[in-house]
Design a protein around this ligand. Structure first.
Ligand SMILES: [Zn+2]
Length: 59
């Protein structure tokens, strides 16, 4: 599978339940790393990138 394109998100918390074409996986919630502004799903290795315009909560 060549699903390497990162998914842009506008929230620091994202839910991933995999790709239906690949069968998916249990839904997990990932938190965007505030330093790298990315999160990687441990199940399907999908990469989530925080939208550059998204506000990051500072608390
Ligand atoms: Zn996933």
């Amino acid at each position: 599978m060549t699903n390497t394109a990162p998914t842009t998100v506008t929230s620091t918390t994202v839910a991933c339940d995999g790709d239906q074409q690949e069968g998916g996986h249990p839904r997990v919630y990932l938190t965007i790393d505030p330093e790298t502004r990315k999160a990687v799903c441990p199940y399907c290795s999908k990469v989530f990138v925080l939208d550059p315009n998204a506000k990051v909560a500072a608390h």
